[in-house]
Ligand binder design. Structure first.
Ligand code: UDP
Ligand code: MG
Length: 335
């Protein structure tokens, strides 16, 4: 571990486990929050008494965020700053932070002081109960109702139903992960909110605790309502990957067969119309409908076959396994 040990506190209030903390903070144009954020987080981490590091990811800020971060990093060698060449988004920033993190527990947090590092102690206490992931729940959330609370409530309900991982608030950045759980996860799109879901699918024990949430005081939120739609599309991908990644032909094939079945039904209806109701084929839109359904149906099946080839290439080219072994007796599991 290259993180610096803080002045030793003899009594560790929260655990007998020896562990180090990596707090990961994506920053995009947060110049007015940096100083207060650093001083509060540093003092709380020192209080906790574990070795710690903070990894700031400057996600292409165009204000003086980076200069401010650099100034803090000059004073504390366990404060690290990774600067992106441009703005890649919060998920990429988080991924970079995780890649650089060396601690045993990884704790993502926002830079805008909407989260409070004081909650870290509670997250750690919950990890000690045997969980691998503890997610923050902004039970008393201070954001706009129409543009935030309502879409977020709907999105959370949907995610929880589809994923089967029951949390109230996937979007809260403040979470705590055991290193081995989060290091395996690959992040794309706006998918950082789905990490607890991936982790749970991989067998991790996931829970949540209420955390404090404040209204933003300085700077603006980087998101609008369009995020909700992106999150729903990401959810679709996640669900597809989790359920059908190794058998895509089932999804495409089902869609294809449904179209072909509809085409047959439309054909039968067309014949009935002609012979029982004396309606000619071309008086109805049915011939066009049948042609379209046939073409689309066949395309779906062919796309499914393509997806099968892609999936095999993906696994075989990278030697990825389609299963994960928890433990093995008297035999070595190939890595
Ligand atoms: N953020 C980032 N890159 C972006 C957008 C946001 O690193 O492209 C950071 C931002 O600086 C903050 C966190 O992600 O630390 C959450 O962003 P924000 O507060 O705007 O989201 P909200 O709280 O409104 O959901
Ligand atoms: Mg915020």
């Amino acid at each position: 571990m290259s993180v610096i040990t803080t002045p030793a506190k003899e009594t560790k209030a929260y655990s007998v486990l020896n562990r180090s903390l990596s707090v990961v903070i994506p920053v995009y144009n947060e110049q007015d929050n940096i100083e207060a954020l650093c001083s509060r987080t540093i003092s709380i981490l020192n209080e906790l008494g574990y070795p710690w590091e903070i990894i700031f990811i400057d996600d292409g800020s165009t204000d003086s965020s980076y200069n401010k971060l650099a100034r803090v990093a000059a004073k504390h060698s366990n404060i690290k700053v990774v600067q992106f060449v441009r703005n890649y988004g919060q998920t990429a920033a988080l991924a970079a932070g995780i890649d650089h993190a060396q601690g045993d527990i990884i704790i993502p947090m926002d830079a805008d002081l909407q989260n409070d590092p004081i909650d870290i102690a509670n997250l750690l206490a919950k990890l000690d109960e045997g969980y691998d992931v503890v997610s923050g729940w902004r039970k008393n959330r201070h954001d706009g109702f129409i543009n935030r609370l309502l879409p977020s409530w709907l999105a959370n309900k949907l995610i929880s139903t589809i994923s089967g991982v029951k949390l109230h608030d996937y979007g809260c950045s403040l979470k705590a992960y055991k290193r081995e759980v989060i290091k395996q996860v690959k992040l794309y799109g706006e998918m950082h909110r789905f990490v607890p879901i991936y982790a749970s699918w991989e067998g991790a024990k996931v829970t949540e605790i209420p955390v404090t949430h404040y209204a933003r005081r300085f700077g603006k939120s980087k998101y609008g309502i369009s995020r909700t739609f992106k999150v729903i599309l990401d959810l679709l991908t996640v669900k597809f990957l989790s359920t059908y990644f190794t058998k895509p032909i089932y999804v495409f094939g089902m869609a294809g067969f449904s179209c072909l079945a509809l085409a047959c039904a439309a054909f039968a209806w067309m014949v009935i119309l002609k012979y029982f109701y004396q309606t000619s084929f071309i008086e109805t839109p049915l011939p066009i409908l049948i042609t379209m359904l046939l073409v689309v149906g066949i395309q779906f099946v062919l796309m499914g076959l393509l997806a099968e080839i892609l999936m095999r290439t993906y696994h075989e080219s990278q030697d990825k396994r389609i299963y994960k072994v928890k433990s093995a007796l008297n035999t070595n599991t190939p890595v």
